[in-house]
Design a protein around this ligand. Structure first.
Ligand SMILES: Nc1ncnc2c1ncn2[C@@H]1O[C@H](COP(=O)(O)OP(=O)(O)OP(=O)(O)O)[C@@H](O)[C@H]1O
Ligand SMILES: [Mg+2]
Length: 247
């Protein structure tokens, strides 16, 4: 019996003026599966995840989440359903602390004197701490602005946020590009943890080492079209590079 996909993408197309950024892309993602998106610069990888996460409306095709067609007007709607995205620039608010970042846009309120709504900062920090602790990452203080953290710690905050909100799909655009080797390892370990929790993960990477270390399947895009999709166990770096460059 085949499991139900958590996400199905059917014939997705997106054009920017005359540029066919995506042409008829289709794939499925299963719970606990890690799918890597590979492709050269400009191949359409970021456009594909933005079409899934509500940044862009596709021009054609459809997206099914747990078997139901969905169309998002903005990323918030996708997040509310359980599709969290960590964009290339990480999308953290640099001047806010970790707790505030975990709750960004979804802040809990308490009532002052039973009347005035106010941000519940204490609760935000406590719950953020729990989320970060489950990640087993070294962060000494939670009340410092996120801009003072390293790349790996920032990545952990973003992943912690996704876990806290019980994301069922986590999409990451180049999660390890700006990281040192130990931090890259950490992110790989975090992705393994998400797999165990049955989260479906889509990640973009130019790093074939990362891709072969964590992905179950690899989807290769070339100038907006699907050059191929392979099980990691059935392919090698050579074949993936050939699919990327064509010919
Ligand atoms: N907002 C936009 N407006 C116009 N053209 C765009 C826009 N976003 C992307 N494109 C074009 O669509 C194509 C795909 O871009 P995309 O950013 O999806 O590539 P990518 O695979 O993520 O590349 P990279 O690896 O460099 O991040 C490119 O030709 C790009 O110039
Ligand atoms: Mg990109």
């Amino acid at each position: 019996m085949k499991a139900t996909p958590i996400l199905s993408v059917e014939g997705l197309s997106k054009r920017f003026g005359g540029v066919h950024a995506l042409e008829q892309v289709s794939f499925e993602l299963f719970p606990g599966e890690v799918l890597a998106l590979a492709g050269d610069n400009g191949a359409g990888k970021s456009t594909l995840i933005k079409a899934i996460s509500g940044v862009y409306r596709p021009d054609d095709g459809r997206i099914l989440y747990k078997g139901e067609p969905v169309a998002f007007d903005n990323p918030r709607q996708a997040r509310d359903l359980g599709i969290e995205t960590i964009y290339q620039d990480l999308a953290l608010a640099d001047n806010l602390d970790i707790g505030a970042n975990v709750f960004l846009g979804r802040e809990p309120l308490r009532r002052l004197f039973g009347l005035l709504p106010a941000l519940d900062r204490k609760r935000m920090r406590q719950e953020a701490l729990q989320a970060i602790e489950t990640l087993d990452i070294e962060i000494k203080r939670l009340d410092v602005p996120v801009r003072t953290l390293s790349g790996g710690q920032r990545q952990a905050v973003a992943i912690g946020r996704a876990i806290y909100w019980k994301a069922e799909i986590l999409i990451m655009d180049e999660p390890t590009a700006a990281l040192g080797v130990p931090e890259q390892r950490k992110v790989r370990a975090l992705v393994e943890g998400l797999k165990e929790q049955k989260v479906g993960v889509i990640f973009i990477s130019h790093n074939l080492g990362d891709i072969f270390a964590v992905a179950d399947r690899i989807l290769v895009l070339r100038r907006g079209i699907m050059a191929g999709i392979r099980r990691t166990a059935d392919t090698d770096a050579d074949e993936i590079v050939k699919l990327m460059v064509g010919g």
